[in-house]
Design a protein around this ligand. Sequence first.
Ligand SMILES: [Zn+2]
Length: 79
Amino acid sequence: MINYINLPFMINDLVVYPEAEDRARVIDFDCRYELITTPNSCTCCTFRFSSRRDPGYKCRHIKALQKVINGEVAPDYNA
Ligand SMILES: [Zn+2]
């Protein structure tokens, strides 16, 4: 099990900061809001809008969190 909790991950223009195994705070490059993202939900507007039509919809914040959970990205200690 990879320990990624409480480490910052830079993924493209996002900073993903996992607070628990399945929950992260996500900061978007051009967004003033901090998002709460889990593997199947997100507080961003894109997710809230799109998931009404497509219940399996995954926004880029969810996809970024999945990369962290899957160990596909290394933590960025400077983020
Ligand atoms: Zn999102």
